[in-house]
Design a protein around this ligand. Structure first.
Ligand code: SF4
Length: 221
């Protein structure tokens, strides 16, 4: 089975303090209107596990980590065994996830297969369906709870399109995180136009009230 749509051979930006490659898994269980990767979400894989592992063998000593991104890598049915193979080559693993598969996140953690996780907090429950084409906040909170009690380093992040979410939504989300014990930085990235997206979106003209948001979030460019 060819699970990977593509491999980015080198990044210093996507895995904290870790020179890494990015594995882009084809397919996703959501359809976020602002998604920058429609080709990956709707596409099929071109690279199988053996090719990906051969790539990692060639990079041993040059790279230290692998970012599992996509798409949504937790939908790949052989993710655990694939992660074991990656780990056996000495690589650290970062998981990028929308949090809709808490069962998979738990299994990865229980088997000590991930070193860092970036968890997307998409929207408050009332806006999940409109923004993500499905999903539910409950599963996000299950994933959050698993991570929070796991000892695995993680961060929570949100993409903010000012026509889809407003400042009140972001502040509510930040407060919800805090009330559930999140004491790390809550990263918010403002939607950048100019790329193909799943929904027809352009940059918003609405002025964002950054001063209001500042006490609650960390802006990420
Ligand atoms: S932004 Fe949404 S649709 Fe796109 S890969 Fe992430 S979870 Fe899937």
């Amino acid at each position: 089975m060819k699970a990977l749509y593509d491999i980015t051979p080198f990044t210093l930006l996507d895995f904290p303090d870790t020179p890494a490659a990015i594995f882009w898994f084809a397919g996703c269980n959501l359809r976020c209107v602002y998604c920058y990767n429609p080709d990956i979400v709707f596409g099929t894989g071109h690279i199988d596990e053996e090719e990906a592992l051969a790539f990692l063998r060639r990079r041993q000593g040059l790279l230290e980590g692998v970012v599992l991104s996509g798409g949504e890598c937790t939908t790949y049915p052989h993710l655990l065994s694939f992660c074991r193979s990656i780990k056996s080559l000495g690589y650290k693993i970062k998981l990028d996830t929308n949090g809709m598969r808490p069962d998979v996140i738990k299994a990865l953690i229980d088997n000590k297969l991930i070193d860092f996780c970036a968890l997307d907090y998409k929207a408050p429950e009332a806006k999940m369906d409109e923004i993500c084409g499905g999903g539910n906040e409950k599963r996000f909170w299950e994933s959050f709870k698993i991570l929070r009690h796991s000892g695995v380093d993680f961060e929570v992040r949100t993409t903010f399109h000012p026509e889809l979410l407003d400042e009140e939504d972001i502040i509510t989300m930040a407060k919800s995180l805090k009330s559930k014990g999140y004491d790390r930085e809550y990263y918010v990235q403002i939607f950048q136009g100019g790329m193909k997206t799943i929904g027809k979106l352009s940059l918003s003209n609405r002025r964002v009230d950054y001063e209001r948001l500042a006490p609650h979030i960390t802006l990420r460019s």
